[in-house]
Design a protein around this ligand. Structure first.
Ligand SMILES: Nc1ncnc2c1ncn2[C@@H]1O[C@H](COP(=O)(O)OP(=O)(O)OP(=O)(O)O)[C@@H](O)[C@H]1O
Length: 368
């Protein structure tokens, strides 16, 4: 059983006026697959490197099973790390790359062989054990890097953007393999990525960070469906959520030019009024998949219809991505590909306002 606690962790690099990580609090439960995600420079690598012991912690406590490990040397932390650039030893065979850390620990040869063979079997590397890294594909090299972590039987795996050197197709299959590996090994894993799709598909819980500060911690569905603020709403999901500055009046929200003038369902209206937003300007957020062009749905959501002009239509397969303009307001709808539309065509769309999100204009926090 392994539990990891990050309590009020701060990081300030020498010579850097700003904190790279600010008041980072997280309790990682046994066997959890945690994904750190966020834009470049938000402090993901810094945090994972502090957990590995490769960076000092400026303030706060890092605990493993209740014991503070801030000053424990990296080699004594029972943590295995897999890097983006694989960091394999080029002159060693695959077998020796995987065996290296065990040899240093003076583990006996028979045990080393057992562990390396086991890792090779898990990762499908049995036929490559005598090769050097240069004679492997990118995916195979990443498997060796994972194998080195597996043989150590570490309590915690840290994976820092391990797939970013691989092509898109290989990334998808490696994602699935890493998720399976997690099931099989039953260890804690922390996985760093800037790709929200990877985060959504792999994580038990996602930690979304912006400029060194956690924005939200939760399951993929929580971050997608109940974002705490506009940043989380916009970061999770592809394409990004559509946002409009609107005013609340009567039972509607409208843009100033009334190009968008849609009814708000009673439950959401009650919350907005209760919180004092009547006649105030707020941000409306709606995802592309909650905007429709089907006749039946246009009727169903008759109070939330919008007239727009098609700019671009992208066929994705069963769905199309429609980039449209309602006056000066640009937004995107993901619609059934059978409803084909051409550029410059004038169309009607309907917002499913039961799926709409509202954000305070100043704080950008979700109104709920
Ligand atoms: N050695 C360093 N000295 C000073 N500042 C640093 C150092 N390493 C990182 N930083 C700063 O700390 C902040 C967080 O960097 P970090 O590499 O942790 O971000 P990241 O989220 O992992 O980014 P990326 O996705 O681009 O790898 C950045 O502003 C970066 O410039």
């Amino acid at each position: 059983m392994v539990e990891i606690n990050l309590d009020h962790i701060y990081k300030q690099y020498v010579g850097n006026d700003n904190y790279s990580v600010t008041d980072f609090n997280l309790h990682i439960k046994d066997q959890e697959f945690i994904v750190f995600v966020g834009p470049s420079g938000c402090g993901k690598s810094t945090t994972i490197r502090m957990i590995a012991g490769l960076e000092d912690i400026t303030d706060g406590e890092l605990k493993m099973d209740g014991k503070v490990i801030n000053d424990v040397a990296p080699k004594d932390r029972d943590i295995a790390m897999v890097f983006q650039n694989y960091a394999l030893y080029p002159n060693m065979t695959v077998y020796d790359n995987m065996a290296f850390s065990l040899k240093i620990q003076h583990i006996n040869k028979a045990e080393i062989k057992k562990r390396v063979d086991n890792a090779a079997e898990i990762l499908g590397l049995e036929d490559f054990l005598t090769r050097k890294p240069a004679a492997l594909s990118g995916g195979q090299r990443q498997h060796v890097a994972l194998g080195r972590a597996i043989v150590r039987k570490a309590k915690l795996f840290l994976l820092d953007e391990p797939l970013s050197n691989l092509d898109a197709k290989l990334r998808v299959s490696m994602c699935a393999q890493i998720a399976q590996l997690h099931q099989r090994l039953k260890t804690n894993m922390i996985y760093v990525t800037h790709d929200q799709v990877e985060a959504m598909t792999m994580a038990d819980r996602i930690v979304l960070t912006k400029q060194g500060t956690i924005q939200q911690v939760g399951t993929p569905s929580e971050l997608y469906n109940q974002p705490v603020n506009k940043f989380v709403a916009g970061f999770m999901g592809s394409p990004s959520m559509n946002f409009f500055e609107v005013q609340l009046h009567d039972d509607k929200v409208s843009t100033l030019d009334k190009k968008l003038d849609v009814q708000v369902p009673p439950d959401k209206l009650a919350i907005l009024r209760d919180k004092g937003y009547d006649q105030k300007t707020i941000t409306l957020g709606i995802r592309a998949e909650d905007i429709h062009t089907d006749q039946i749905l246009l009727q169903k959501f008759a109070g939330a219809q919008v007239n727009a002009k098609v700019e671009v239509s992208e066929l994705l397969g069963v769905e199309s991505m429609l980039y449209v303009m309602a006056g000066p307001h640009e937004f995107v709808a993901k619609v059934n590909a059978q409803n084909s539309h051409r550029p410059d065509e004038k169309i009607q769309l309907a917002f499913d306002m039961s799926r709409a999100h509202f954000f305070d204009l100043a704080s950008q926090e979700t109104i709920n």
